[in-house]
Write a protein that binds this ligand. Structure first.
Ligand SMILES: Cc1cc2nc3c(=O)[nH]c(=O)nc-3n(C[C@H](O)[C@H](O)[C@H](O)COP(=O)(O)OP(=O)(O)OC[C@H]3O[C@@H](n4cnc5c(N)ncnc54)[C@H](O)[C@@H]3O)c2cc1C
Ligand code: SF4
Length: 400
């Protein structure tokens, strides 16, 4: 991103210019201005001498100060005439939305096929509203829609329409379908009805659905998603019982937990207990009711060859009381929308993901893929993948 340039625009108090700079590479500035993983700040040179610049908040400042009614006027100059070509996009997460935005700007007719009721993917159905308010998601998305991008909601590719049909009806297809399948530890007891996946609970919470909230909950996982569900459940317990008893536990020790430090600190501020460094062994169930989680101390996660192979001290045991267990140990992809006859033309790359070139084009030239299913792990990578894919599609269809 043109970080020095947009900081200069703020210094010059030219926030319209700032917005134009943001949109060169990022069509979701309200969203990134709030929840971006802000790796730019990790490498910010000022950080060598003290705290880095708050690049993320500066992005938010520019977006917040420009009212949505003015966006079209400020940014419209860039839009080219329609070129008569059509691109289908599967999924309206950051990868799909970014591809849509840049393709629309290049003159393509763009139609997004989204299986859920609203657009945004995990930004709307995963990230809790206290971190990313829905009206700010809408502000970014509405601008993309104003460019003529169409979204077909409640349409599941692979069920309501096939990928093959999209390939026939459109000049190219971009798929950004994300990681929406929960993963289980598969320890004894995980088949109990009160063992949940964080991803399914977060989807219900973000949709305003009521969920089961008992007095004692254990969350297994030490990443940001685990912190999101821990904090969301802590808030619900507080509302219901006036007190919090959620314990989040992970294999990794405090220093190695993958969650951002600020998320762990804020989870504790909300009275959740974060107790890392334990390996879950078994869920205790008595008379059909969950009583808690047995754990042993985890000493290391990987062996000398770098393979995931946790080593434990079986003598150092612990027991976390709970009426409900939530597993939050990562997500998997659902590619059942790709039929076998298409799959056999797709080469596989590392970690069982489909192989793509630098422009996120698969080995089937009309099919591009990006976002969490290809790279991940965050919104800004999805945006960058969608942007690159849009350029790749243009290169493929127009040769430029
Ligand atoms: C709880 C949680 C918190 C997170 N917090 C952050 C954070 O703070 N900062 C950050 O940068 N990242 C965060 N992430 C990660 C971030 O949300 C993802 O990296 C990003 O959303 C991935 O974008 P994507 O476009 O690849 O997929 P997604 O956002 O997952 O979107 C995929 C879309 O495709 C649709 N879809 C899937 N299959 C089909 C089909 N067959 N037919 C039609 N539509 C389909 C889905 O419904 C969905 O809308 C978080 C993730 C979670 C789960
Ligand atoms: S999008 Fe994220 S990583 Fe990129 S400049 Fe903004 S805050 Fe930094």
């Amino acid at each position: 991103m043109g970080i020095p340039q947009y900081i200069a625009a703020i210094r010059n108090d030219d926030l319209e210019e700032g917005l134009r700079i943001l949109y060169d590479t990022n069509p979701l500035p309200e969203i990134c201005g709030r929840i971006c993983t802000h790796k730019c700040e990790t490498v910010c040179t000022i950080g060598h001498k003290g705290d880095p610049l708050s690049i993320r908040w500066l992005k938010r400042y520019i977006a917040d100060q420009n009212p949505s009614e003015k966006y079209k006027k400020i940014l419209e100059t860039e839009i080219l005439k329609k070129n008569g070509k059509k691109v289908a996009i599967i999924g309206s997460g950051p990868a799909g939305l970014s591809a849509a935005h840049y393709l629309a700007n290049l003159g393509y007719e763009v139609e997004i096929f989204e299986k859920l009721e609203k657009a945004g993917g995990m930004m709307r159905y995963g990230i809790p509203e206290y971190r990313l308010p829905y009206d700010q998601i809408d502000k970014d998305i509405n601008y993309i829609l104003s460019l003529g991008v169409k979204i077909h909601y409640n349409v599941t590719v692979g069920k309501d329409i096939t990928l093959k049909k999209l390939g026939e009806d459109f000049d190219a297809v971009f798929a950004g379908t994300g990681l929406h399948l929960g993963r289980s530890t598969r320890i004894e007891g995980t088949d109990h009805e009160n063992v949940y996946q964080s991803i399914e609970l977060l989807r219900k919470i973000t949709q305003g659905e009521e969920i089961y909230v008992p007095e004692k909950i254990v969350v297994i996982g030490g990443g940001n998603v685990a912190m999101d569900i821990t904090r969301s459940l802590a808030r619900l317990q507080n509302q219901k019982y006036g007190k919090v008893q959620v314990i989040a536990t992970s294999l990794e020790t405090e220093e190695k937990m993958p969650a951002d430090r600020e998320e762990v600190i804020e989870a504790r501020e909300e009275k959740a207990i974060v107790n890392p460094g334990w390996s879950p062994q078994r869920i205790e169930i008595v008379d059909g009711k969950i009583k808690g989680l047995h754990v042993v101390q985890c000493l290391s996660l990987f062996d000398e060859t770098g393979n995931f192979n946790p080593q434990c001290n079986m003598e150092n045991k612990n027991f976390f009381e709970a009426d409900m267990i939530v597993e939050s140990i990562g997500q998997g992809m659902d590619v059942s929308y790709i039929s076998e006859d298409i799959k056999e033309h797709l080469e596989l790359g590392p970690r069982g993901r489909f192989r793509v070139n630098d422009y996120f084009q698969t080995s089937l030239p009309w099919l591009f893929m990006g976002g969490d299913t290809i790279q991940g792990p965050d919104v800004i990578h999805g945006i960058a993948n969608g942007h690159k894919a849009a350029l790749g599609i243009d290169k493929f269809l127009v040769g430029e």
